[in-house]
Design a protein around this ligand. Structure first.
Ligand SMILES: NC(=O)c1ccc[n+]([C@@H]2O[C@H](COP(=O)([O-])OP(=O)(O)OC[C@H]3O[C@@H](n4cnc5c(N)ncnc54)[C@H](OP(=O)(O)O)[C@@H]3O)[C@@H](O)[C@H]2O)c1
Length: 237
């Protein structure tokens, strides 16, 4: 058994793209999922077809007990797990007045508390080397739509910087801040094209641009505490 990576939400969308890229880069893959078992199994099968080992791990990241058992379980199966990608996330468009305690807790538990404690547990591993947190270009804006979502990602950005300082030299910690890369499941490409009209590069992205950022972070051992915006410049406007 060789080097391995855990990708939360690794069975679909950007998480799937990252899982497949890391498999192609020589990693065995722990594919985490919550509801999407079918997609996680399909992604694991694609990884095996690439000649790497893959196992799926179910965990509801809004429940702290399930968060705390994930890394120990993954380390049992993949003792040489050296990369953690925190990609799973809840994306809800709720304005300030409509944020209930339930919504606030769901956003913060899944998008901030889970990556925090997964990182803490992961940092104790003998082979742990790299954490990548999937953020959002919105962290650079004072945007009041997606109120608690954006706050949770802003907290995760500061955690990324603090963890990079705390966990060096053993572990590098970096973030990626996507812009319009994939439309939400209930929207199509026109949604992204409309958003992209107001960005400097005036075009939507695609998962390949995120993979390019993952590849850069993975292969540059002198980079830590960076949050790389991959958004066609959307964070500037
Ligand atoms: N797509 C974009 O253009 C874009 C833009 C900005 C930022 N981002 C960030 O990039 C990352 C990946 O984005 P994405 O669009 O591919 O994914 P996404 O649709 O934002 O996230 C969906 C994933 O999160 C998992 N998830 C949600 N709630 C969970 C919970 N309670 N417990 C465990 N897993 C949970 C889902 O797992 P199950 O389906 O198995 O339940 C699913 O795999 C996210 O962090 C997102 O915020 C993406």
């Amino acid at each position: 058994m060789g080097k391995a990576a855990l990708i939360t939400g690794g069975g679909k969308r950007l998480g799937k793209a990252i899982s497949l890229f890391l498999a192609e880069s020589g990693y065995d893959i722990a594919v985490h999922y919550n509801h999407s078992e079918k997609e996680a199994k399909e992604t694991a099968e694609l990884i095996r077809e690439k000649g790497r080992q893959a196992e799926i791990f179910k965990s509801n990241l809004s429940e702290i007990q399930e968060v705390r058992s994930l890394i120990p379980t993954v380390f049992e199966v993949f003792p040489e797990c050296s990369v953690l990608v925190n990609s799973a996330s809840i994306f809800e468009n709720v304005g300030f007045e409509d944020v209930t305690e339930e919504i606030f807790d769901r956003d913060f538990n899944t998008n901030f508390k889970a990556p925090f404690f997964l990182s803490q547990d992961f940092s104790k591993g003998d082979h742990s080397e790299l954490i990548i947190n999937m953020l959002d270009m919105r962290i650079n804006k004072i945007e009041t739509e997606h109120f608690s979502y954006n706050l949770s990602k802003k907290a995760l950005r500061d955690f990324t910087l603090m963890a990079a300082k705390e966990l060096g030299p053993k572990i590098r910690v970096n973030g990626i801040c996507p812009g319009p890369i994939l439309p939400p499941p209930d929207k199509d490409i026109h949604y992204l094209e409309k958003i992209a009209e107001n960005t400097p590069l005036k075009k939507p992205g695609n998962p390949d641009y995120i993979i390019s950022a993952v590849e850069y972070i993975l292969n540059n051992p002198f980079v830590t505490g960076q949050c790389l915006f991959v958004d066609g410049g959307q964070h500037l406007v």
